[in-house]
Design a protein around this ligand. Structure first.
Ligand code: BGC
Length: 750
């Protein structure tokens, strides 16, 4: 009951009763997030507006970021922090990295562990939308339960450079697969009442020279590839924020690129949320603000405090308009309202970790790809002597390094192996720990022993090849694990497994023909020993239940169903860029003092990334995009198509084998082209579980934008009229059914 009212600013605020909290008009949940944000913006002082667009590190950083005293106890020791506005009921924004679990990079929060998800590539390899959504819910819930309200997730730069140090964080080379899978994950995260980003916008394809490289590409080609992935993910998930990238795109930095931030993102796609910078990615005040950057993250990471005093000056002298500043603040607030972090702020509480373990196990099991199997798998329960060799299989499964690093549930000092030498002194910060390779428990060795209780399972770390080969000779079955550590800020030098792991595998295979290789890699690798090895599994970085998932697949408790989201080349010469652009120019934000010179990268391959490049050049990869085997077999029949203004297909799938299994039926199409240079594109897929002998009819409606060209002049997608070749396949090169379909000319607005 309203007893009296007072005036706050120009606003009348009603009090329910004397002494009770005011009923703030913007807390009326029947209003839209935009209406609520507008009400708040009207109340903000000029200083409060600046406060909303200016970020701090999430920790106190030796006291050098001059954060107001009363905020210090509230700092979450995570990636970032935006001051709240208490008098208006606006909470601080507590930002955490959380692509693959709630990150705790270099133990920022002592003893804080979280559920480690399978890598982004492993998630994409499930081709399972429901699982991607569920993984997103794990991120959102664990963020909430740790009191954090902004998740810096949704990493999705297409794999243009398979040696890229962050390939493991992303979702592969195809815009449709990446957009859909990341979109579903972000949707799952935000449904828990936290904001999520998608990042890094855009074309941040490699770590080498990542702060100085200009990704040069025709805008239409960018729209048809990397930007299409963002477009799809954003329209599916409505992320509260988009993080702009370190690199330059067509000569202009990502965080001051008005074409990308304003024209494409905000105007064409109608993105209502805010653009936050990557940490250290801002290079200007006026140019960035006017290009569409809404918030400078952790300003200390930048060379100067661009959105602090300089922005105040710029607004005062009119070089950035008041309307633009109001828009920046509005965007932050409307996303906070939309996600629910203002109505329902996260409270710290214990997480249901058991439920989350179940989800990540399920995802790991569906993301692991059986690359080759000449009869060895699933393992017979009769093997008496099993050798497990290499790949730190006694510790856990490999995870990737950098800001996304999770300290997994069950971690111990032994599950971390320091890399890169001693700690170094960061000016102003003091001593910073070098990263470590972090292994996620449980160890595959333990899980293999659990499933083979009657066998003698012996482990050799593989460091002495002869010793390992001796064990292999004395065993019935050998499981060799090989791992490759990838990390943000450093690309891997080549697609070869590091160290002498190739020699190890070759020696083991020569010693015992019953050898299975399990790869734990961040992305594709070369396999010079492939012909000598009957069975190969790509387990990626498989997260906190990866060890269990690998064992379940080896012993046939789970029928593998992962499909490659990236092409595995047969040689690096097959790549569009046989050498990493700017090879050797490492730009490592963790090693200050290395400022690389500007570099131009010519992405002449345009939208023909990955399998499209291989098709264009008529090259045979080692394993093609979409490939993955099962312990059962499937047959495809009865293709029906329908064209015109929309493209859809129907066909039947039958499980012709003896086990229940999942098939991922992929639909590809080739548009008509005068020069014959159009290549096959993934336009849709269906992942279906079938019992032995079961037949199911499957329908797929094609995503037309993957077939259309983007016209800059018409500012629209244009689908050419004509005959399209449509194929249904078990991979981009294993096509089972084909048809020609006539399509009308269709124009689609972005
Ligand atoms: C990464 C971002 C991350 C940020 C905050 C940067 O180094 O590129 O992905 O969100 O740090 O930790």
């Amino acid at each position: 009951m309203v007893r009296h009212a007072v005036v706050v600013g120009a606003f009348v605020v009603a009090f329910v009763s004397a002494g009770a909290s005011p009923v703030l008009p913007w807390m009326d949940t029947s209003l839209s997030p935009d209406a609520r944000a507008s009400l708040v913006v009207q109340q903000l002082t000029q200083d409060e507006k600046f406060q909303l667009v200016h970020g701090y590190y999430g920790g106190n950083i030796g006291g050098i970021q001059h954060i107001p005293e009363d905020a210090i106890p509230d700092l979450p020791n995570s990636a970032g922090y935006i001051l709240g506005i208490k008098r208006l009921g606006i909470p601080a924004l507590k930002e955490t990295d959380a692509g693959l679990g709630i990150a705790n990079h270099r133990h920022m929060r002592a003893s804080d562990t979280a559920t480690a998800l399978p890598s982004g590539l492993a998630n994409a390899a499930t081709w399972n939308l429901d699982l991607a959504y569920s993984l997103g819910t794990v991120l959102g819930r664990e963020a909430r339960d740790k009191g954090l309200n902004v998740v810096l997730g949704g990493a999705m730069n297409l794999t243009r450079e398979p040696r890229g140090g962050r390939s493991f964080e992303y979702a592969g080379e195809d815009p449709l697969l990446a957009g859909v899978m990341v979109g579903e994950q972000v949707r799952g995260t935000q449904a828990q009442g936290v904001v999520s980003t998608v990042k890094h916008y855009a074309l941040n394809s490699q770590e080498t020279a990542r702060t100085s490289l200009s990704a040069n590409i025709k805008w239409a080609a960018a729209r048809e590839s990397d930007l299409l992935a963002f477009e799809i993910a954003i329209e599916r998930s409505h992320p509260g924020a988009v993080m702009c990238s370190y690199n330059r795109i067509n000569s202009t930095y990502g965080c001051e690129n008005s074409y990308l931030l304003t024209k494409v993102l905000k105007q064409d796609w109608g993105f209502p949320g805010w653009v936050m910078s990557d940490w250290g990615a801002v290079h200007s005040t006026v140019a960035a603000a006017n290009a569409g950057l809404d918030q400078e993250s952790a300003f200390l990471a930048d060379s100067t405090d661009f959105f602090g005093e300089p922005l105040k000056k710029a607004v005062a002298d009119g070089s950035v308009s008041q309307a633009r500043l109001d828009d920046m603040a509005h965007r932050v607030l409307r996303s906070a309202f939309a996600a629910g972090v203002i109505d329902n702020p996260p409270q710290k509480k214990p997480t249901d970790l058991k439920a989350h373990a179940g989800i990540v196990q399920h995802a790991a099991e569906q993301g692991i790809v059986l690359l080759k199997n000449e009869g060895l798998l699933p393992l017979a329960a009769t093997a008496k002597r099993i050798a497990v060799i290499g790949g730190h299989a006694d510790l856990g499964v490999m995870s990737g390094g950098g800001s996304s690093q999770v300290i997994p549930i069950g971690s111990t000092p032994e599950t971390e192996i320091p890399v890169g030498g001693p700690a170094f002194k960061f000016p102003g910060l003091g001593w910073v720990r070098q990263p470590a390779m972090v292994f996620d428990p449980p160890a595959p060795l333990v899980e293999i022993r659990r499933l083979a209780p009657k066998a003698k399972v012996q482990f050799d770390d593989g460091k002495d090849i002869e010793r390992a080969a001796k064990l292999a000779r004395a065993s019935d079955i050998v499981i060799v694990f090989a791992d490759q550590w990838m990390s943000e800020a450093r690309d891997v030098p080549s697609l070869s497994l590091p160290g002498d792991q190739n020699e190890l595998i070759a020696a083991i295979a020569a010693a015992n023909p019953h050898t299975i290789v399990v790869l734990e890699t961040g992305g594709p690798v070369l396999m010079p020993w492939l012909d000598a090895v009957p069975s190969v599994i790509e387990a990626w970085y498989s997260g906190n239940r990866g060890g269990t998932a690998i064992a379940n697949i080896l012993f046939g408790k789970i029928n593998p169903s992962g499909r490659l989201p990236v092409t595995f080349p047969a040689a690096e010469e097959q790549l569009a860029h046989p050498k990493i652009i700017g090879e050797g120019t490492m730009s490592n934000p963790y090693a200050p003092g290395t400022v690389p010179p500007p570099l131009d990268g010519d992405y002449f391959e345009g939208a023909n990334i990955g399998y499209r490049w291989f098709d264009l050049k008529n090259q045979k990869p080692l394993f093609s995009f979409g490939h993955g085997l099962s312990y059962t077999q499937f047959s495809y029949a009865a293709l029906e198509t329908s064209g015109g203004k929309a493209l859809s297909v129907r066909f039947t799938l039958t499980n012709t084998g003896k086990r229940t299994g999942w098939e991922t039926a992929q639909v590809y199409a080739v548009p008509p082209s005068a020069d014959g240079k159009a290549v096959r594109r993934l336009v849709g897929w269906a992942k279906v579980e079938l019992k032995p002998g079961e037949t199911r009819q499957v329908s797929v409606t094609a995503e037309l934008r993957t077939l259309a060209s983007f016209s800059e002049t018409a500012n629209a997608w244009q689908l050419a009229a004509g005959a399209y070749q449509v194929s249904i396949g078990a991979s981009s090169q294993d096509l089972k059914l084909n048809a020609m379909v006539n399509m009308d000319a269709v124009a689609l607005k972005p």
